[in-house]
Design a protein around this ligand. Sequence first.
Ligand SMILES: [Zn+2]
Length: 238
Amino acid sequence: MSKRVMNPAVRTTAVVLATAGLGATLVAGAGSAFAAESKAAPVAGTAAAAVAAQAETQAKVAQAKVAQVKAAKAKAVKAAQVKAAAKKAAAKPVAAKKAKGWVKPVASYALSASFNQGGAMWAHKHSGQDFAVPVGTTVKAAGAGTVVKAGPNGGGDGPAYGNAIVVKHANGTYSQYAHLSKIKVHVGQKVAAGQKIALSGNTGNSSGPHLHFEIRTTPNYGSAINPAAFLRTHGVSI
Ligand SMILES: [Zn+2]
């Protein structure tokens, strides 16, 4: 029984103590909290500043990355533009050559007798343009067409021409190449502008190694026009 009497007292005391303790704890806690709060403010401020600084750094890094990506993109665009420009530039001469359609029959030469020039070499006036070149020089088709004459005796035009070739072009134009040392094409063969068709020589009625070049309005002798003027109107100056 005594135990039962004492027990509530102990319990009460304990409750009081516990309450006091709790109160003390609460007061102390409040004080601590206040102290902590006043102390935490600068800490929090520093932390906030650190976070802000970090955010700023991250933003800067992000900006730098964006700038980097932008620069890389700009570089890629520029590289593509340069590439496209280079491609265009490379394609241009081919297009110009194609559009022109006519080339010089020999690459390197000295002009000798010109069209309509008089002299002991010709029964009438000179029917073509002479290009002085060493024997064996590459002779090219001045324009695209089809070979209609090729062989000795001027390809049928007479012995004065030596070995000769006549090429038929579009629009009733023919080109003739004479005094050749070697013929590389045959009648009926299609040739491109600039294609090698013969080697120059000194065959027939020739005073020295040269290519005799004619532009004609028919396949035959007697229909020649000024070849230098013709080439000039087709974008080729000799
Ligand atoms: Zn000639």
